[in-house]
Design a protein around this ligand. Structure first.
Ligand SMILES: Cc1cc2nc3c(=O)[nH]c(=O)nc-3n(C[C@H](O)[C@H](O)[C@H](O)COP(=O)(O)OP(=O)(O)OC[C@H]3O[C@@H](n4cnc5c(N)ncnc54)[C@H](O)[C@@H]3O)c2cc1C
Length: 488
């Protein structure tokens, strides 16, 4: 039977990063990456809507070990994809990816101290198995087969196309068309300025406003630092500065929400036309960073509004009509195309059906250990990055911690690492992050405990201490030698 030491699920930014750390720290270990799709890159290969880009700066979203060699901090999807694929090629990681191979189930055996993973060929549906000592799930956090669209009354009546950004038709012609984009998240605020110059008009129709923060596309300080220090050191310094800035901004928002709200409002008002109803469209009912903040590079959204190419409408949808959308307050929006930028369907752990010695694991009944393992599930690690900073900052720390754990196990002659939680420990939701897509999924996600190491840290500094500096094992992670197997 096909067998490797570590089986990584997912060849997105996280899976490629995990492979790098694994082969750097444990070059003798065999590994493979299973990728359900026919291409690597995950999110950055899947999403093809106009203007698709990061909303983090690439100096913190990029890998710590490989500089992002551009002073364009907010980068387009194609550049990010190229960076990921170049990284995979440079380190020979691309040779380890098994494409069109979806992991569908995994059973851990205490007897064999191994996982048996059932895979499915994405084309033929044919199933096969592969065994591994460790299963490392880097499968992202959402379903790839379709985005989230709430029920809209009268949807079938609308005469034009209704498009979800996750399945953007390559041939969608919106030149000279009236477009209504439903949503107020990162995708909506990206789409509006990207479509505005070509469309007749773009309307962003939102139920609730989001915080929208203008940021410079180019990082001038990075340009100066790399000119002075070279690519590698310039990148390292920029990265550190940007991490500190992100933490500072997040802390400021948490500590002084009213001041942060005022500051963002003033920035918005300055970039919007005179007399614009800023509070109606850009003043959310929640505090800054209670949900992910939207960023707009060089204020492009505000520019599109100023030029009259785009507008924002805040209101509730009553029904789609043949020619657009009717709101509950009686207003109507005429549209040739409707875009439902209404979010993702969260899918934890790549949809894998996990069993331990044949017994099904319900993720929601487990506690998260150090943000990367599940109570009662041996030799299983997963990554879930930050939602209040670059996702990848956390993923990098988790990958490093994982390889440290392997080193510790090698040194002690251990084969199995099993987090064991006190079942009576009070449980908390996986996250208190308020975004709708996370809140909808809390019932499928594992839970946090009431104390370390069962709490999930949301701060980079806290994670550096926990994952990089502190010892890898503690009394709640049971390390066990392999069982003696009796020859048959
Ligand atoms: C449009 C968009 C923009 C974003 N911008 C940012 C940003 O600027 N900053 C930020 O921090 N975050 C951003 N995010 C969140 C983003 O998804 C993550 O930051 C990051 O790309 C996730 O990488 P990942 O490798 O963990 O997961 P993904 O990119 O989702 O990759 C997971 C991979 O695993 C594969 N997979 C899943 N299940 C299985 C299975 N069972 N078997 C085999 N393979 C499987 C998938 O096919 C995919 O290739 C953005 C998200 C979107 C949708």
């Amino acid at each position: 039977m096909d067998s490797v030491d570590v089986l990584i699920v997912g060849a997105g930014v996280s899976g490629i990063g995990a492979a790098y750390y694994l082969q750097r720290d444990h070059p003798g270990r065999s590994y493979a990456i299973l990728e359900a799709r026919g291409a690597s890159g995950g999110t950055w290969d899947l999403f093809r809507f106009p203007g698709v880009r990061s909303d983090s700066d690439l100096h913190t979203f990029g890998y710590e070990f490989r500089p992002w060699r551009s002073d364009t901090a907010i980068a387009d999807g194609d550049s990010i994809l190229a960076y990921l694929r170049e990284t995979a090629a440079e380190y020979g990681i691309d040779q380890r990816i098994r494409y069109r191979t979806k992991a569908v189930a995994a059973d851990w055996s205490d007897q064999d101290a191994r996982w048996t993973v059932t895979t499915q060929d994405a084309g033929t549906g044919e199933q096969a198995t592969v065994t591994c000592r460790w299963l490392f799930c880097a499968a992202g956090y959402y379903r790839y087969d379709g985005g989230f669209t709430p029920h809209f009354e009268g949807r079938a009546r609308f005469a034009g196309p209704v498009v979800h950004p996750q399945q953007w038709p390559a041939d969608l012609d919106y030149a000279g068309k009236r477009v209504v984009i439903i949503g107020s998240g990162a995708t909506a605020v990206t789409l509006v300025p990207a479509m505005a110059p070509t469309a007749a008009h773009v309307t962003m129709l939102q139920r609730t406003p989001s915080y929208v923060l203008p940021v410079p596309t180019r990082d001038k300080l990075n340009a100066r630092l790399t000119a002075l220090l070279g690519d590698e050191r310039g990148y390292a310094v920029t990265r550190r500065l940007n991490i500190a800035r992100q933490i500072g901004l997040w802390r400021f928002c948490q500590r002084y929400p009213n001041a942060a709200r005022k500051l963002i409002r003033n920035l918005n008002a300055k970039m919007l036309p005179e007399g614009y109803p800023v509070d109606e469209h850009f003043n959310p009912p929640y505090n800054p960073w209670d949900q992910r903040m939207c960023i707009v590079p060089d204020g492009d959204l505000f520019r599109a509004i100023r030029r009259g190419r785009a507008s924002v409408v805040t209101g509730l949808i009553e029904t789609f009509t043949e020619g657009g959308v009717q709101l509950r307050d009686g207003r109507t929006l005429e549209a040739d195309i409707i875009v439902t930028a209404t979010g993702l369907n969260v899918q934890p752990l790549g949809g894998l059906a996990l069993t331990v010695n044949g017994a099904p694991v319900s993720a929601h009944d487990t506690f998260v250990y150090k943000g990367m393992m599940l109570s009662g599930v041996p030799n299983f690690a997963f990554v879930f990055g930050y939602t209040n900073a670059s996702w990848t900052l956390k993923v990098g720390l988790l990958c490093e911690h994982f390889t440290r754990l392997l080193t510790r196990m090698d040194a002690g002659g251990y084969a199995v690492a099993r987090p064991v939680a006190d079942p009576a420990m009070p449980a908390r939701p996986f996250t208190d992050f308020g975004s709708g897509y996370i809140q909808r999924a809390l019932g499928q996600l594992p839970r946090q405990g009431s104390r370390a190491p069962w709490r999930i840290s949301r701060t980079y500094g806290g994670d550096v201490r926990l994952l990089r500096r502190r010892p890898v094992d503690d009394r709640e992670l049971r390390l066990e030698p392999a069982r003696e197997t009796v020859p048959s």
